[in-house]
Design a protein around this ligand. Sequence first.
Ligand SMILES: NC(=O)c1ccc[n+]([C@@H]2O[C@H](COP(=O)([O-])OP(=O)(O)OC[C@H]3O[C@@H](n4cnc5c(N)ncnc54)[C@H](OP(=O)(O)O)[C@@H]3O)[C@@H](O)[C@H]2O)c1
Length: 359
Amino acid sequence: MKRIPLIIFGAGKVGRALIRQLLEATPLHASRDELAFRIVAWCDRTGAVVDEKGLGAEALRAIGDAKAAGAALAETPLGYRQDDLAAIVDVAGKDGCIVADVTATDATVPALELALRRGYRAATANKVPLTGPQAVFDRLVGSRRFRYESTVGSAVPVIETLRGLLRAADRVDAIRGALSGTLGFICTGLQAGQPFSALVTEAMRRGYTEPDPRTDLGGMDVARKALILARTLGWRLEIGDVAVNSLIPTELAALPPADFLARLPELDAAFAAQVTAAVGEGKVLRYVAELRDGRAAVGMQAVSIETALGRLRGNDNLVAYHTRTYPDEPLVLQGRGAGVDAAAAGVHADMVALAGCGL
Ligand SMILES: NC(=O)c1ccc[n+]([C@@H]2O[C@H](COP(=O)([O-])OP(=O)(O)OC[C@H]3O[C@@H](n4cnc5c(N)ncnc54)[C@H](OP(=O)(O)O)[C@@H]3O)[C@@H](O)[C@H]2O)c1
């Protein structure tokens, strides 16, 4: 049996889902993979729970329940105050260790880099470290002991597929994708004739958006995903090089949230006009990330209903790879690209791959 110590940064929605999945899969990993993950440290913003023998299932469930109820790890019975993640790696790291980053901060970078320097492995759902300076991306991804499938499309194997194309020396001419479930939901609703403002309100009600929906509508989350794809292609770009076309005009971008929501209906007529113009050309609106000729851009496009992107409905993600091997019809991946279980599943799969399991 291969015993793998795990250090988990982040005890939010995805972190807790990851722990649940690992506990559920314990018998399967043992029987099928001869693999036993031991969670030796679990950290949030202010604290950590550390047990070098591995935290038991009961303790992990209790900690997860306490976090879901709003507690800080430092306040749980086994927790202590600690905000230095590199120190946790130093103390709890062991040979063969895997670090999982399910936070949304660049504060994990020193700890991830330390882990890799020590020869450990790391899996992340956190886009922030990979979309900061190129040099950080190079150090993390260049280590070959670092996986980041969940950062784009959650568990849909977008990164692994791209790396497979590159391994086979394929020439990637363009990548086009719908990389935001929230914006997919809005585009589908616009196409059905619903007003933009009502769709944003409904997306907020369903929990699809961040508390301030401008985080999603501004396109930066999609831009980060586009940058990760571009850098995976080997392009050397910074986030400022990605052309971002926000759905929110500048005069509404800086308003207090309540004022912004009150003025949202002002945008309805312009979106309805865009839909009508697109329909007249046999097209639909999609918020598209496009990588072509060394440039990355994200924004609303009218796309033909004859394409996979045009046929997409609801909040699925889709990525189309146009390559030498796939010249006429692109290689297309589609599936649920958000949701905590899907995000955790992508990290879980990465951890099993990093553990050297033959699957
Ligand atoms: N939710 C999704 O559908 C989805 C899909 C794909 C990818 N992702 C990515 O997965 C990551 C986690 O998402 P989430 O929904 O679980 O977010 P979340 O609920 O906000 O949880 C984030 C966790 O990170 C912790 N954290 C923040 N700063 C930290 C620091 N400096 N040191 C240690 N821990 C820190 C937070 O600690 P506290 O609990 O103390 O605040 C919290 O436990 C994000 O990067 C997100 O973009 C999410």
